[in-house]
Design a protein around this ligand. Structure first.
Ligand code: GLY
Length: 874
């Protein structure tokens, strides 16, 4: 039975039992920071189990894309080494939200697996486990289903803590959980392995195929179990395992879904196809995980989900390298995957080109360090070492981009273990060092336990305030004196402190003759603002009443740039697609810098379109409004929240007409028209799949355009053309220049050749019966010199010549020896004899050799030394 048929049968079975068939959710769970990836079918229903979300059905069934790599559920290390582990797999599941419970769940599972019109698996091949204290499940299996007692195994808390058991399932450290009953298939006694709970349970003979979880609790962050509003059911059955047993093969890698991938992996790495080659299995597994992750919006990076993706890619590439493939190959498997699974998962088809581009880029990136890293590892392990030291493992990760699990994977093949403790120490030392180096903001780490600062900067630019605290360097002081640099904390302030990508305000704090120049504003704590700068006049005391006044022109410039950033973000999504997500931003009064996910460069035509659209929004002159509301209301109102960003319960929603709605605490223009003008100044890639746009607004944009315009006018005047005709004029001038250069070249040659007779007449000597010429050819370049040497040798027939020329402060030399004389002297010897006297060296063949030199001032003496040298040599 094909995998696609099994998938369909499962959904049909549960649909016939009143279940709603629900689509798979993405691999990245929506708005759930407690887990990295969708690890099971229940993840999309988490809030339904918890009672926070209501659906118009109480029974559901899915075939869900799952990923178990990184975090609590992690099978990455096992992939390639067992018959049944994957990073990516499909999980078939049925769910009851307070509807049926243990009895029906077990009956449904049994009917689907063994029913003649469904999978018809022989009953005697199945056995089950239950949570040790679950007598109810025991009764159902034994009394109602008829499973003999020796095939029902009770498993207790076998993982070292209460509820830590193979038969107690939890999504993550917190969230829905409960006891479970698992169904195992016996692949037969010709395969190694023991029943669940035995010492040999890790073998491949008894394979768990279905897990029925009786969802009863919600575990909180303290580990306390709270009963769920209604007992529920969550089940999970790996499609690949089920296919293996129905297709009567013993490993998942032999099923229909994998065969084509393994064949493609063999072809692209250039090895014979063999289902037992662990590296081929790793590659076939990983291409699924990587492609589905990218299709669901994850990009390779050095942190979080992106790092898991990068680790999987690198692991696959390393296994290709192990098979002898040193060029990019992994991305070529995407086409086979799309052919195999694209019909069930159309996102693969839609994103094929993007997946291929990204994988190729990542492979090429890693290829640069892979070979050197492997050489370092081989050296470190030479001489039969059984443990790899932590410092080398760290160097491999830090310098060569080897994720630690990749290093461990290589070591495992050689029966070497990694000193993980040493690795952690090296890693932590480096982290501490870079943290220390990063503490350049003067306010970081200031001790402060006074009251908060109240921020008025959305509406006010100047206001009276009281000095709450003063710091000289890092030290709290009562008074700051003229000439001292420090930090001022005020009870009220119009100064915006750097956050959300917007730089801190600059300005002045003053009273009477006291003047403190604020060069930056940073948060000392989340609601305490530190004004950094220097007291240029008077003495400032804690308790003083002062006026705090921002530099309004700079603030307004920052606001223009910040508001333009929101318009840019919305425009990028409409021009390039909704895969565009903000990955970083920095807004200052000078410009905005915006980083975003995008697999390929933005074309000049797209940039022009983006500029036009942003400027259109500016001309629309919509009002910019801000409103405080709850996070949930903001999302419901369509506000764009940043991926991976933490928000409080109450958020500020910034809206610009209909065009852009974002969560943002920054300061903005009143109407979009205040931005004036928007101009992109650069577009570049900064990491795999991440592009950066820099742009300017308002008078800075105008100034740039004016400067460029004036430059064009100057160029037009210099070339005696007009701005619109500049390119044609320059093309014409370039062609003229080229032909003039060609002419000069020809003339130089003629001038040089004219010297031939003079040279031969004046410089020719006969040494030991051999005609020898050493001479400087005026005005010749390398090419002319070579031609001259041909002419000289034509005249001499038998003889030796060394010609030299000087141009642009450099010496060119060419030595020739006629074939009949190369047994006595070689051209390369002669050319080097001269070259080393003029600061150079050369080489060539016995009859012709060339050299360069940097000391033309020594050339005459070098030529003069030739006759004596030849006399000795010949
Ligand atoms: N949620 C059930 C399982 O993953 O096994």
């Amino acid at each position: 039975m094909k995998s696609a048929e099994i998938r369909q049968k499962f959904l049909d079975f549960f649909a016939s039992k009143g279940h709603q068939v629900v689509n798979s959710s993405p691999l990245v769970p929506g708005n759930d920071p407690t887990i990295m990836f969708t690890v099971a079918g229940m993840v999309q229903f988490k809030d339904v189990f918890l009672g926070f979300d209501k659906r118009n059905y109480t029974r559901a069934t899915t075939s869900q894309k799952c990923l178990r790599a990184g975090g609590k559920h992690n099978d990455l290390e096992n992939v390639g080494y067992t018959a049944r582990h994957h990073t990516f797999f499909e999980m078939l599941g049925n769910f009851s939200f307070g509807d049926y419970f243990k009895r029906d769940a077990i009956h449904y599972a049994w009917e689907f697996l063994t029913g003649p019109e469904w999978l018809a698996i022989p009953k005697e091949k199945l056995m089950v486990t239950i949570y040790a204290s679950d007598d109810e499940a025991y009764e159902i299996w034994n009394q109602q289903i008829g499973i003999p007692t020796d095939k029902i195994i009770r498993i207790g808390d076998n993982k070292g803590a209460p509820y830590a058991s193979d038969n107690f399932w939890a999504m993550g450290d917190t969230g829905p959980c409960g006891p479970c009953t698992e169904i195992f298939y016996d692949h037969g006694d010709h395969i190694w392995g023991g029943p669940p709970g035995s010492a040999d349970e890790d073998g491949d003979r008894f394979v768990e195929i279905w897990n029925n979880v009786f969802m009863q609790f919600n575990r909180d962050a303290e580990g306390v179990m709270h009963p769920l509003p209604k007992p529920s059911v969550d089940t999970g059955m790996g499609l690949e395992r089920l296919s293996a047993l129905l297709q009567k093969v013993h490993t998942n890698y032999e099923i229909d879904l994998f065969v084509a991938l393994l064949q493609a992996a063999a072809k692209e790495t250039g090895v014979p196809y063999n289902q037992d080659t662990p590296s081929l299995k790793v590659i076939a597994d990983h291409i699924r995980a990587c492609s589905f992750l990218i299709a669901d919006g994850v990009l390779p990076s050095n942190e979080g989900r992106g790092y898991v993706l990068r680790r999987i890619i690198r692991r696959a590439v390393r296994h290709g390298y192990k098979l002898g493939q040193k060029s990019a190959f992994f991305y070529k498997l995407v086409a086979t995957l799309v052919a195999e699974m694209g019909h069930a998962y159309p996102e693969l088809v839609q994103k094929q080109a993007q997946i291929e581009d990204l994988l190729k880029y990542e492979e090429e990136l890693f290829a640069k360090t892979l070979e050197n890293g492997m050489a370092l590892l081989d050296t470190a392990l030479a001489g039969g070492k059984t443990i790899l030291d932590g410092a080398t493992a760290f160097k491999l990760s830090d310098t060569y981009g080897f994720p630690i699990d990749l290093t461990a994977d290589v070591c495992r093949e050689k029966n070497v273990s990694v000193d993980m403790e040493g690795f952690e120490i090296a890693l932590n030392t480096q982290r501490a060092q870079s943290k220390a180096a990063g503490q350049f903001k003067a306010v970081t780490g200031l001790e402060y336990d006074g009251s908060a600062s109240v921020f008025h900067g959305y509406t006010e630019h100047s206001r009276e305030a009281k000095v709450l605290a003063l710091y000289k360097g890092n030290e709290p002081v009562q008074v700051l004196n003229a000439g001292e640099a420090g930090v001022v904390v005020l009870d009220h302030t119009p100064f915006y402190a750097e956050s959300g990508g917007q730089a801190g305000d600059v300005g002045q704090i003053f009273a009477g003759n006291i003047l403190f120049d604020v060069t930056d504003t940073q948060k000392v704590k989340s609601d305490v603002f530190g004004h950094q700068g220097m007291l240029s006049n008077g003495s400032l005391n804690v308790g003083d009443t002062v006026t705090a006044c921002i530099d309004l022109a700079k603030r307004q410039a920052s606001q223009r740039n910040h508001s333009a950033t929101h318009l840019l973000h919305a425009t990028l999504r409409s021009v390039l697609g909704t895969h565009v997500e903000q990955k970083g931003s920095l807004v200052t009064f000078e410009r905005t810098r915006f980083d975003f996910s995008q697999p390929r460069p933005v074309t000049p035509a797209e940039i022009a379109q983006i500029e036009a659209l942003v400027n259109e929004e500016i001309m629309r002159n919509d009002a910019v409004s801000a409103a405080e509301m709850s996070f949930d209301d903001a999302i419901a109102a369509g506000a764009m929240a940043l991926f991976g960003e933490k928000y409080g319960d109450d958020v500020r929603v910034l809206q610009m007409g209909e065009f852009s709605t974002e969560l943002c605490g920054g300061t903005h223009v009143g109407r979009t028209g205040d931005i004036g003008l928007f101009k992109v100044v650069s577009e570049a890639g900064i990491a795999a799949g991440i592009r950066r746009i820099e742009a300017i607004t308002g008078s800075a944009a105008l100034a740039l355009i004016q400067a460029q315009d004036s430059e064009i006018k100057t160029l037009a005047a210099m070339t005696q053309s007009k701005p619109g005709e500049l390119a044609a004029k320059l093309e014409k001038l370039q062609a003229e220049l080229k032909s003039a250069q060609k002419e000069i070249q020809g003339l130089k040659g003629q001038m040089a050749f004219a010297q031939l007779d003079t040279l031969l007449g004046g410089g020719l000597r006969t040494i030991k019966g051999v005609k020898c010429l050493g001479a400087i050819v005026e005005g010749a370049d390398g090419a002319v010199l070579r031609e001259m040497s041909d002419k000289v040798m034509d005249r001499l027939q038998s003889g030796i010549s060394l010609l030299a020329s000087v141009s642009d402060g450099k010496v060119s030399l060419i030595a020739r020896v006629s074939k009949d004389l190369t047994g006595r002297i070689k051209a390369s010897e002669l050319v080097n004899f001269v070259a080393q006297q003029v600061g150079g060296k050369g080489g060539g063949k016995p009859d012709m050799a060339q050299a360069g030199g940097t000391e033309p001032e020594n050339l005459n003496a070098a030529l003069a030394s030739i006759p004596a040298w030849l006399t000795e040599k010949l």
